[in-house]
Design a protein around this ligand. Structure first.
Ligand SMILES: Cc1cc2nc3c(=O)[nH]c(=O)nc-3n(C[C@H](O)[C@H](O)[C@H](O)COP(=O)(O)O)c2cc1C
Length: 247
């Protein structure tokens, strides 16, 4: 295995960090690699917020579904899908462009998250672990105010970053089998038997006395994620983001 594959295949989401700030040199390297990510039309339809202020990070830990570990991260990067810069520039150049549409939305989200993953991997290669925080999509109004975001800019990704604690044993979380994720030539919907096999490793460890009252893994995942209160907030917040986007 080469060094690149080694870093990719041994990354894990890190939620506990060494109590040490990220060095300026490492931060610059992460940001440089972030900006080297592929980007549609070489337009860089994103912006990155570098957050070191402890009070802001603490506030993010509560606005992002009260995840306490966020407050202990020495550094947070917020990845903003950004069509404001190009909208303003197109206006500046007297083009017929009015405001972003749904295609621009998809492209800028793609750009933004591809750049974010470069940051993750650059960090990982230097002993800096990270964790994505999808809950940054919640509480849009608060984040808009907190970070001075115009209408055509919204947070789509966030990562916490920090050095790995000393002697930490990495745990790599299992993935679904390749046959259920990667298809040759055309898409395939899964049968009941295939689902049973796909989720077997999770069902084998399923606790029927779980606090959610779930009777199987599908119900557990639903109650924990898509049916959970934080998801309702995410849906509400994203709808407000879209109202501003489509203004
Ligand atoms: C879009 C996205 C959002 C995520 N949001 C959160 C989050 O809010 N809190 C958290 O602790 N982990 C979050 N994660 C991390 C996932 O839980 C983690 O990637 C997954 O469990 C697999 O574990 P691994 O990254 O260690 O392989 C997120 C990951 C992604 C890609």
């Amino acid at each position: 295995m080469n060094e690149t594959l080694n870093v990719l295949n041994n990354r894990m989401s890190l939620r506990r960090y060494k109590d040490k700030p990220i060095s300026e040199e490492h931060l610059e390297q992460i940001l440089y690699s972030t900006m080297r990510a592929p980007t549609a039309g070489n337009m860089m339809l994103y912006s990155v917020l570098v957050i070191k202020d402890k009070e802001k990070i603490k506030k993010l830990s509560s606005t992002c579904d009260n995840q306490a570990f966020i407050a202990k991260a020495p550094l947070v990067l917020i990845f903003l899908a950004d069509m404001q810069r190009w909208t303003d520039y197109f206006h500046h150049c007297d083009t017929p462009y009015n405001s972003p549409n749904n295609a621009d939305l998809f492209l800028s989200i793609s750009d933004t998250m591809i750049a974010a993953q470069n940051a993750v991997i650059a960090g990982e290669s230097m002993g800096i672990g990270s964790c994505y925080i999808g809950d940054i999509m919640e509480n849009y109004e608060t984040h808009k105010e907190m970070f001075n975001l115009p209408d055509k800019v919204f947070p789509i990704g966030m990562i916490t970053l920090g050095y790995y604690p000393q002697n930490m044993k990495k745990t790599l979380r299992p993935r679904f089998n390749k046959e259920y994720i990667v298809f040759n030539e055309k898409y395939k919907r899964l049968s009941s038997e295939e689902f049973d096999d796909m989720f077997k490793h999770l069902n084998d460890n399923f606790n029927p006395n779980n606090s959610f009252g779930a009777k199987n893994i599908g119900q557990l995942m639903y109650f924990k994620k898509f049916g959970a209160p934080f998801f309702k907030e995410m849906e509400r917040s994203v709808n407000v983001i879209m109202e501003h986007w489509n203004k």
